[in-house]
Design a protein around this ligand. Structure first.
Ligand code: ADP
Length: 445
């Protein structure tokens, strides 16, 4: 825990969690100790110096209150690494001293609770590096040996009172054997926990390394998709344009059959363009993952209107009525690309999964500190058991696959990602063969 550098916020959150955990454990320990003391005092009537033991428990409570108060002041992250280290050392040291005194004044080696030191060693090994754990165990072993020497090797066993009825059977040297087993248990615990911790940390590093490698591969893949789809989009849009020119008769008259075939070709080209657009959005969202999306003030009415105008022809071709309502001056502070991705994908789906002569409506509204976007259709709907899956990448419902071969299953996962990036939330309601409505709520600021 050396150095005085600042701790980054995620590490600080982790340390905060450990401190809260320590404080909680200490409260539990205080209650446990008090209950054991009262029981030993009133029911079993041990011959300990209970005044000392109650005072020690009082000190434990006071000390933990102090830690809790101090924690309240520092939890917002204003301690350096070094100060945080000191705070941990103070807690661990006080715990060791108090536990030692409590055990010492209640039978010392004859008190079976002496093995609770194992938990302390585990906690120490959990937070401190091996070297520091070694010093703690060494100090503990020395203190134990010293007091064992005094109690069993000299006539100066000043405070020691054996637990009534738990006095060891008089085998020569048994106390020494017990002391040795205790000390080796403590040392082995420290060693094992430290080794396990080192292995966990090593594994964690390996996983992190693999994860980063995977992330950069994933990014390379997204960039590749982005480049390829961009390259494909240009020529395909040109092909569509030429088809439309021929269909409009600009290049001369065409036979009826040729016209029909060309119309089919145009429809498929448009589908292909939609798929390519979805893939571009998908790759864009992925490649922009770590980039901060710049936000500007956007008028909901204008952005919805632009999208409606863009999809008007497609709606007409499919015989679907596309309407929108949104009053002017509903402002949202968002990223224009992301908002366009959300609206266009939802309209594309609504048109794709609606029947002719039905209606698709887009509404913009505001309420509280959110704006509300609603895209509603009267299309095929989604079965209840499939509803939770539709935001997964590449997921397409059974019904959608039946009626519409083309589709990537990416649109809604892109929408979800975009809504998340804007700090918003979404909800979907659907009834089979009646229609579907997607609600998007975005924070205004
Ligand atoms: P796709 O390319 O298949 O449209 P999406 O991710 O956009 O992919 O949507 C996932 C699935 O959710 C679709 O395949 C479809 O089954 C269902 N879905 C999305 N929008 C609607 C809608 N408006 N009506 C009915 N089903 C929808």
């Amino acid at each position: 825990m050396g150095g005085s550098s600042k701790i980054d916020s995620s590490e600080y959150t982790d340390l905060n969690r450990v401190i809260r955990w320590f404080i909680g454990l200490r409260w539990a320990a205080a209650v446990g100790v008090l209950a054991a003391l009262v029981f030993g005092h009133v029911s079993i009537r041990y011959s300990f110096n209970f005044t000392v033991l109650y005072v020690l428990t009082g000190i434990l409570v006071l000390m933990n209150s102090g830690f809790a108060l101090y924690y309240g002041r520092i939890k917002r992250g204003n301690l350096s690494r070094k100060e945080m280290g000191i705070f941990f050392h103070v807690q661990i040291c006080s715990d060791y001293v108090l536990l030692f005194l409590l055990i010492y004044f209640s039978g010392f080696l004859n008190n079976p609770f002496i093995f609770y030191f194992v938990f302390h060693i585990m906690l120490t090994a959990f937070i401190f590096p091996s070297r520091v754990v070694f010093y703690y165990v060494l100090a503990l072993v020395l203190v134990f040996s010293l007091f064992m020497g005094i109690e069993y090797g000299t006539d100066f066993g000043l405070f020691f009172r054996g637990l009534a009825g738990l006095r060891p059977v008089e085998i020569p040297g048994q106390s020494v054997l017990f002391g040795l087993s205790l000390l080796t248990t403590l040392i082995l615990t420290a060693y094992l926990v430290t080794r396990i911790k080192i292995r966990i940390v090593e594994r964690g590093k390996k996983i992190e390394f693999e994860l980063n490698r995977y992330k950069s591969l994933d990014k390379a893949k997204s960039n590749f998709i982005l480049q390829v789809t961009h390259e494909l989009r240009g020529p395909l849009a040109a092909v569509k344009g030429y088809h439309e020119m021929i269909l409009k008769g600009i290049t001369g008259n065409i036979a009826e059959k040729t016209g029909d075939t060309l119309k089919k070709a145009t429809r498929r080209t448009k589908n292909l363009l939609t798929i390519i657009d979805e893939m571009i959005d998908y790759a864009y969202m992925k490649s922009e993952d770590e980039v901060h999306f710049t936000k500007i003030e956007i008028d909901m009415h204008d952005i919805i209107q632009n999208n409606i105008e863009y999809f008007e022809n497609l709606a007409q071709e499919r015989g679907i009525k596309l309407v929108f309502s949104c009053r002017k001056n509903i402002k949202v502070y968002a990223n224009r690309d992301l908002l366009n991705i959300i609206i266009s994908n939802l309209i594309t789906n609504a048109l794709r999964y609606s029947k002719p002569d039905s209606k698709v409506s887009v509404n913009g509204d505001e309420g509280g500190d959110e704006v509300h976007l609603l895209v509603r259709d009267e299309g095929i709907g989604i079965e209840e058991d499939e509803l939770e899956n539709i935001f997964e990448e590449f997921y397409r419902t059974r019904k959608a696959r039946e009626i519409e071969r083309d589709g990537t299953g990416l649109g809604l996962s892109i929408v979800k990602k975009a809504v998340d990036s804007l700090g918003g939330r979404l909800a979907v309601y659907s009834e089979l063969d009646k229609g579907t409505s997607f609600h998007i709520y975005l924070p205004k600021t």
